[in-house]
Design a protein around this ligand. Sequence first.
Ligand SMILES: Cc1cc2nc3c(=O)[nH]c(=O)nc-3n(C[C@H](O)[C@H](O)[C@H](O)COP(=O)(O)O)c2cc1C
Length: 311
Amino acid sequence: MNNPNPLSVNLAGITLNSPIVLLSGCAGFAEELNAIDSFDFNKIGAICLKGTTLEARQGNPPPRLAETPSGMLNAIGLQNPGARTVAEEILPRIASLPTRLIANIAGSTITEYGEVARIFDNSPIDGIEINISCPNVKEGGAAFGADPCSAADVVAAVRQATRKPIITKLSPNVTNMNQIARAAIDAGSDALSAINTLMGMAVDIQQRRPILGNRQGGLSGPAIKPIALLKVWQLYQLTKPLAIPIIGQGGISCTNDAIEFFLAGANAIGIGTTLFRNPLIATQIHDELRQYLHNQRIPSVAALTGTLKLA
Ligand SMILES: Cc1cc2nc3c(=O)[nH]c(=O)nc-3n(C[C@H](O)[C@H](O)[C@H](O)COP(=O)(O)O)c2cc1C
């Protein structure tokens, strides 16, 4: 029987029309894209909304962006209107879009993560992505995601607060990302996102100062793609026997890049920084991926995942 939609994937119980996911912080709350008449949300599997905290945040002092060769440093500092405003005012305006909506949640304490998750539990959100790269204020500011115990504590608090699918977003700024992944899975994470940005810095040599107001920022875009691809492939060795899906991401800018991530083990792929250059690239990758599957006689994108040949 012909597969009615070869691009459909099941992400921890969330059925996506397409394996293309728009990444957090790169598509706002979907309202700018919704203002583009020709933007076809049917070709977008899910949108990870901007990182959201319990209270509204102004974010970091400017400058917040610095361009790098083949990439970008950002230090936005989680500017957002707060979880209640997102749930009560923004979600009703975007809930009927023909795509899945994933909240991306952040916090300074474990309790805050739980409270934000509880607000979204009671909303039309399809899933909750946990950004564990935030500083743990009670533990001297080290990122929750840098330590398996604190990462597990965050996931467990979110698990207690919601029955919606949970996706833990892994940071590459650690010695052993799979160890953090294992802790997140054991604490109840249904899926994983990999990778978040790599920490970096840029300097203005005339002023002899860091360019970013926050001094350091997260590097994203094509510059990080080879690193992200290796991390996803390594992660797949862990997740495959556990049947935990991965949203592969980091520097994907064209269909070839996306296919590389599927081969390495991604079930869905994320487009982030590339959207700033061309917001229509995501729907174009959807179309070209369909064509690739057809040309290669591969029945579905799910059949492509993890099929990298090693010999
Ligand atoms: C401007 C900007 C803002 C971001 N904001 C968030 C955020 O709020 N939460 C989060 O988990 N990731 C955030 N990210 C990380 C992206 O979602 C993505 O994981 C990362 O940039 C790697 O993918 P890319 O190279 O395709 O952009 C942000 C990235 C950028 C460039």
